[in-house]
Design a protein around this ligand. Structure first.
Ligand SMILES: NC(=O)C1=CN([C@@H]2O[C@H](COP(=O)(O)OP(=O)(O)OC[C@H]3O[C@@H](n4cnc5c(N)ncnc54)[C@H](O)[C@@H]3O)[C@@H](O)[C@H]2O)[C@@H](O)CC1
Ligand SMILES: Nc1ncnc2c1ncn2[C@@H]1O[C@H](COP(=O)(O)OP(=O)(O)O)[C@@H](O)[C@H]1O
Ligand SMILES: [K+]
Length: 472
């Protein structure tokens, strides 16, 4: 047998593999280079005969593997094509296939997986053997991505992935994403004869000594998302900061110099958001419990973020008092509520269980954020980018959500529209200033443009639902 070190391209091909990929993907990848195909004609399957293909391309040699095979030498220069398994696997790779995965993973070759990095399951990889999944540099998906593609821990297997939908999925099998059509149906126009009272008075309870910024960014984001009136409740030490940074907002100072401590009356507020930069002081924990009970009793729409969630996690008996609230945890914050999770799939499912059990709405924030409703349904948010991985981005989202709840949007409308516009503003910021240099303040800066573009699209495509949906 030839040693493969003489070949530029080494292909591991399974006979069950969708054969369209041969001419549509594999041939163009090989181009005119010398290539060897290790063809695994799997038991019980119809045999794949590549004799004709081999004859047509004289740079390609096909070697059928029936039992043992001498593993090829894979060098830094070799291009490895993994065309063994797509996303249909239900058991970890074993035997010879596991050995191939280990061989490829220990090499320095560039690896292109087709269909899936062989060995990866489409959703739940909890029972998988992670050492037996091929680590690709690039994956060419032959159908729309399953859930596993949106989880952080699977990216080392997938590498950079792209979709070439040779095998398009049925609508009902697609991972659900919030669409632009959906959000333009949600967004409401501003009435010509409206006033600040029309768009709600929101209360932002945020900030502490050293974290005026979190409060300030949430406040600015609210103000740039259409809120009618905004009151900031914050410790005394930050009063001057907010009066200067957001003069449009009123500042209601806590009696405590450095942290949130007062028992608040939420009467008169259309919505309350609590948490950004709040800190974890004991006084704040007491005041937060009171605030949660108040909102529950008065039915005040509530958004809980950041340290609000961190404090809440210490008082599980209060979970039954947050019915109808919106929670906006990042992965570390949600685990304080639902316990440590071994992977993103478990985390998502436990978050869904939590949403169902306590009838709350959750935005599980990450590179792809999940918006989860109490009926257990969820959607992924399609907007946003890695430039948003910077302190304060989440505080901006909280501000947006407060503005939307104050304006009367329902929780479901609010989480879908809010995450969408947050990511869109981030995308506009990235377009203008780039992903490295952008900050949370740039997301705020581009919020008005994001709202403008989305409103114009809404007006163009559905006349803004002027008659069915407007605030009056
Ligand atoms: N300028 C300011 O005043 C700022 C204040 N902040 C406030 O600081 C307080 C603490 O919040 P933190 O979130 O920093 O602290 P946490 O202790 O909740 O979480 C911090 C850890 O979570 C990790 N993490 C975050 N997102 C993750 C993801 N998607 N996947 C995996 N790991 C992830 C981070 O790497 C970090 O190690 C909050 O009240 C927050 O509002 C922050 O928002 C940053 C800016
Ligand atoms: N890589 C990324 N791609 C898209 N969005 C991101 C990315 N990283 C962070 N984000 C978004 O930025 C926000 C970060 O929130 P969070 O972690 O609470 O930040 P902070 O506490 O600093 O305000 C979330 O909305 C998250 O979805
Ligand atoms: K594959």
């Amino acid at each position: 047998m030839n040693t493969s070190s003489t070949y530029n391209v080494v292909i591991f091909l399974n006979s069950t593999f969708y054969t369209n990929s041969l001419d549509q993907i594999i041939e163009p990848l090989i181009s005119n280079q010398s290539a060897i195909v290790y063809l695994f004609n799997i038991h019980n399957q119809e045999k794949l005969d590549l004799t004709h293909w081999e004859k047509k391309n004289n740079n390609i040699k096909v070697e059928e593997i029936t039992s043992q095979f001498v593993p090829p030498t894979l060098t830094e220069e070799t291009l490895v094509i993994d065309a063994l398994f797509g996303f249909e696997l239900q058991h970890p790779l074993s035997g010879g296939f596991a050995a191939v995965a280990r061989l490829i993973n220990s090499s320095k070759s560039t690896v292109v997986s087709i269909g899936a990095p062989s060995g990866l399951f489409p959703e739940d990889n909890t029972t998988n053997n992670l050492n037996h999944i091929i680590k690709a540099n690039y994956t060419i998906l032959t159908e729309e991505p399953p859930l596993a593609c949106y989880f952080d821990e699977n990216q080392p297997f997938l590498g950079q992935w792209n979709i070439l939908p040779i095998n398009p999925k049925k609508e009902e099998d697609l991972v659900p994403f919030t669409s632009e059509e959906e959000v333009i149906d949600i967004i409401k126009p501003r009435r010509r004869f409206s006033h600040k009272g029309t768009y709600g008075h929101g209360l932002l309870v945020a900030g502490s000594l050293g974290m005026a910024g979190a409060c300030s960014m949430a406040a600015s984001a609210s103000l740039k998302s259409g809120i009618g009136l905004l009151t900031i409740h914050t410790p005394l030490c930050n009063r001057a900061i907010h009066q200067v940074s957001t003069p449009e907002a009123m500042v209601d100072c806590d009696t405590n110099e450095i942290c949130f401590s007062q028992l608040l009356d939420t009467t008169g507020y259309k919505a309350v958001a609590v948490g950004p930069g709040l800190g974890l002081a004991e006084e704040s924990a007491t005041a937060l419990q009171h605030l949660i009970l108040q909102c529950d009793e008065l039915g005040t729409p509530l958004i809980i973020d950041a340290d609000g969630l961190n404090i809440l996690a210490n008082y599980p008996h209060l979970y039954r008092n947050i019915k109808g609230a919106i929670l906006t945890p990042h992965p570390v914050e949600i685990e304080r509520l639902i316990g440590k999770c071994n992977n993103s799939y478990i985390r998502l499912n436990r978050a869904i269980e939590f949403a169902k059990k306590f009838e709350v709405f959750i935005i599980l924030k990450d590179a792809y954020s999940f918006v989860i409703c109490p009926d257990g349904s969820y959607q992924l948010n399609p907007t946003g980018n890695e430039g948003m991985a910077t302190g304060g981005s989440g505080d901006v989202l909280t501000g947006i959500l407060l503005a939307l709840r104050a304006q009367g949007y329902s929780q479901e409308e609010c989480i879908k529209l809010g995450t969408y516009i947050h990511g869109k503003a981030g995308d506009l910021a990235a377009l203008e200033v780039g992903k490295i240099g952008m900050t949370a303040q740039d997301i705020i800066k581009y919020l008005p443009k994001a709202w403008k573009e989305l409103s114009e699209t809404a007006l163009k495509y559905n006349g803004f639902n002027l008659f069915s949906n407007s605030t009056n």
